[in-house]
Design a protein around this ligand. Sequence first.
Ligand code: BT5
Length: 313
Amino acid sequence: MYHSKSILGATADFTTDMLQLSTSPFLKYPKRNTHKICFLIHSLYKQIMLKAMISTDKIKEDLRTRFIGRRLHVYDTVSSTNDVARALALEGAEEGTVIIAETQTRGRGRAGREWFSPRGGLWFSIILKPKIKAREVSRITLTVGVAVTAALNRQFNLNAEVKWPNDVLVNGRKVCGVLTESVTCDETVKMVVVGIGLNANVTLEEFSRSLRESATTLKEELKKEVSLEPLLCEIFYHIESEYVVFLKEGFAQVLSEWKALAAFIGKHVEVTVVGRKFRGVAEDVDEYGSLIVRLSDGSVKRVVAGDVKVRIV
Ligand code: BT5
């Protein structure tokens, strides 16, 4: 791993993967061509960096928030932005600090599931320090889901929806996932790291065959690439607004916004909880973010977000 200051002022970690690009051709070509190869590699490398690097300067120009995104750490590659955020939070990083990476080598979803994080996507984590109880943490996930959905609909005029507990869908496919991790002490939350994975400028061909069936990307839906910095700023703005409403006025308003954006309330669903499946109608989401499912015998099951999968049947 090489550490360097990027041309855009952010700290960047360049992995050896990128540098291999520039070393291997030397082995194959005669010496007289090396200057040409050098030039080629240099311009290729420059192009990659210019295209890939998310600009902190551009973000700062567009930022309309009071605290979210005011402190930014932009990396080329990390294992997981949630891990970096957690480490920084434990070192005392302020609320609203955001960690962004161009790629993640070990991006994860809930219950340790793999999160595919190629270049072109938005993979970032936000440090929050809400004064809430541990049982309220799932409210943060729903709050962020509402905010990302609102940002996408506002910015691109899409019809994005939220899917319980932590997805954002476009045309029924997952474009974004939210991973909320917290540190608690005696039922009180010390800090929350909200990880957001948004498939922005990624082509569907890059996904595995099985993911291609359930996932989508903004590039795919809009048939063009999107500018990442204004999108990030829009998302930060909506997250901060919803978060402040939640903390100051309570969760009821955010929950009603969530329900208005929900993909499947009233639909038949199959729920998988730790490998066990059952079917019913998704009736509601309660004030703690649990899913209420009515079974065919009329009884009601309350499902807590965690290692749960839900699909519309
Ligand atoms: C999530 O988990 O949806 C939460 C994803 C959070 C990712 C962000 S990226 C920044 C931060 N750093 C991290 O390490 N994580 C966060 P879950 O509901 O468990 O969904 C995981 C499932 O989604 C996987 O098992 C796949 O089926 C699918 N999946 C994986 N990568 C995907 C992608 N890029 N787009 C859509 N679906 C994906």
